[in-house]
Ligand binder design. Sequence first.
Ligand code: NAP
Length: 321
Amino acid sequence: MRNSALSHPHSNAPALTSATWYVLGAGSMGMLWATRLARAGLPVKLIVRNCDRLQAYKAAQGLTLIEGEDSQKWDISAQTPETEEPIQRLLVACKAYDAQQAVAQIAGRLSPDAELILLQNGLGSQQAVAALVPHIRCIFASSTEGAFRAGDWRVVFAGLGHTWLGDADQGPPPHWLGELQRSGIAHEWSPNILSRLWRKLALNCAINPLTVLYDCRNGGLQAHSAEVNTLCTELSALLKCCGQAGAAVDLATEVHRVIQATANNYSSMHQDVAHGRRTEISYLLGYACEAARSRHFVAPHLQRLHQRLTEHLLRRGLPCN
Ligand code: NAP
């Protein structure tokens, strides 16, 4: 593996007009975004959990981005949530279950014209964050990029993908999309980001829980296609009931296409359970079941799946929320 010399992004003449990209959460996605923005010479600052994490980061002397055979370290400045510094642009890169509390910690630092970019999977956490800071613009993102941590402060860019960004309140595209372009972050402004998030949630509900329950790779669900189809029928009807008919179009076809195309992969939920990590169940299948319940929509297969998954997580000593 080639390991380049330590790079100092701020010596790359950052654009004078760019606001600093504060990145809340230096996990897989936070590191993937921070290192690419820094590589483009843009001003970036990490916000880590607490003083212990800050000390550990300082000892590591930067974030390492690993792409194929290349490994490059970026000396990005870092701070704790308590730092007294106003924030104009914040990328929230925590897990869905941490996002609200993490934003609450820095809410007092947000400028009146601040913008938040929410990278969380599923639905529910974005709305919770937006309700917490109602005066702040929140941009929702849905990403098919793949990254994982190769130890502390090291991220592997594992899967090229695309990120859709959009404003659930139909605001215009932000001027900083050009900075993503410059950073090589493949993206698109989506006029209907909620539809994209619902579609991804439905795909996740049809695939991920079953891969956990059958302890299989995605391709293992080819042996359970009747069960997958039943879920797709119920999910399509639920999407329509939730005013998301567009997200329901040909859902089963796409689910089977994804199962085939990713047959050798373990789903993110399967990986979380296999590593004894908390899952984002409440923001995926849990959110779908709650959406059904609140609309008096009868979804017996989704409810049963949720119950089976909850029992499975509890048996393994993992949180079921
Ligand atoms: P992750 O690797 O677990 O990173 C989350 C980070 O948030 C951790 O570093 C955690 O800190 C930090 N954090 C939590 N609470 C915090 C707080 N109060 N203050 C500061 N930092 C805090 O998760 P991820 O894989 O990047 O996923 C983030 C989101 O992106 C999830 O919703 C996921 O579904 C979505 N997503 C991920 C991928 C992917 O390939 N990874 C792809 C698409 C979407 P500690 O390190 O101290 O625990």
